[in-house]
Design a protein around this ligand. Structure first.
Ligand SMILES: Cc1cc2nc3c(=O)[nH]c(=O)nc-3n(C[C@H](O)[C@H](O)[C@H](O)COP(=O)(O)O)c2cc1C
Length: 313
């Protein structure tokens, strides 16, 4: 029997269900090219803002039991520089259709209000991006911008409606786990016209303290939690969205580190699986490793395709 991990997402063929989530690597052509070459089916850029942002001062990451805290502060070179890198990637992919760099690209954007998102979305719409992702959920710039936008059904709906009116590319809403009811927010995003959802962004924020220095490890004091310790929360939230009747495609992420984790995420109801913090544990080659682990699960269970993996609902 031929086992197959190729899949389809919003009408686009992907070589694997694995996604590089936003922000885990820099936005350089070479980073995106590298993970595409080793088995990611879709790569997401860092969240891009209108102007470049320096981000927080270091330390911006802290290793904690079962995961990590980060407070990058949305450092990025700005939308124009980000879209230039994307052009490089797409030009290389055109020159070598079968080679690295040929996987679709999801461009993530972040703004603080509806007009900001519309402005960025228009620029992404005129670029080589395959998908547009709205980061409605960044937790580590709360001091600067207040509660994440994804905490309000009304705001989420307003942003998606505005973005859909200026962008014909598929729009993915990235949601925060740090809300009272993610299912309700997901429903509002679906109703407003999102084409797919991505969940979860980092949990928390959390705090790690250096007891020798007697101060927080992160210069920002707190940061978003990711990695294996958040997996049970991510699985539960994806499952609950499916259980509520949501039919939009979901990119499920949060602590996925092995093929077994990826199978769990698919069983919870995800269509694609993000692999973020695991890149720090297993290296960029983690995409190829998880693809192999997924294939061996299919073989062991006598399944032909990842779409044959039954959801638990
Ligand atoms: C260092 C780092 C930077 C991140 N930057 C972004 C970002 O710019 N935009 C965003 O939407 N999510 C960002 N995230 C969240 C991830 O995309 C992902 O949702 C989260 O880490 C959970 O997945 P994981 O446990 O596999 O890492 C970042 C995560 C990390 C660890």
């Amino acid at each position: 029997m031929k086992n197959e991990i190729r899949t389809e997402f919003l009408g686009v063929e992907l070589s694997s269900p694995l996604v590089l989530p936003a922000g885990v690597l820099d936005i350089s052509f070479s980073s995106m090219n590298q993970v595409s070459a080793v088995g990611a089916g879709l790569v997401t850029t860092k969240s891009l803002t209108i102007e470049s942002r320096k981000g927080h001062d270091g330390p911006v990451v802290a290793e904690v039991e079962g995961g990590m805290l980060n407070a990058m502060g949305l450092c990025n070179p700005g939308i124009d520089a980000g879209l230039e890198e994307l052009k490089l990637l797409k030009t290389a992919a055109e020159a070598d259709v079968e080679g690295p760099g040929n996987c679709p690209v999801n461009v993530s954007i972040f703004a603080t209000d509806v007009n900001g998102f519309s402005d960025l979305a228009e620029r992404v719409n005129n670029s080589e991006a395959d998908f547009l992702e709205l980061n409605l959920s960044c937790p580590n710039v709360m001091d600067e911008f207040g509660v994440p936008l994804a905490a309000s059904e009304k705001t989420v709906a307003e942003i998606i409606t505005a973005v859909k009116s200026v962008c014909v590319k598929p729009v993915i809403a990235k949601l925060s786990p740090n809300v009272t009811s993610l299912t309700r927010i997901a429903g509002a995003a679906a109703e407003a016209g999102a084409d797919a959802l991505c969940m979860i962004n980092t949990l928390g924020p959390g705090l790690e303290i250096d007891i020798e220095a007697g101060r927080p490890v992160l210069s920002n004091i707190s940061g978003g939690l990711s990695g294996p310790c958040v997996k049970p929360v991510a699985l539960r939230l994806v499952y609950e969205c499916r259980k509520s009747g949501l039919s939009l495609p979901i990119i499920g992420m949060g602590g996925i580190t092995t093929g077994e984790d990826a199978v769990q995420m698919l069983m919870a109801g995800a269509d694609l699986v993000g692999v973020g913090t695991a890149v720090y544990y297993r290296g960029p080659g983690v995409f190829g490793l998880i693809n192999e682990e997924l294939l061996s699960f299919l073989k062991r269970k006598g399944l032909e395709s990842i779409t044959d993996i039954n959801r638990i609902i």
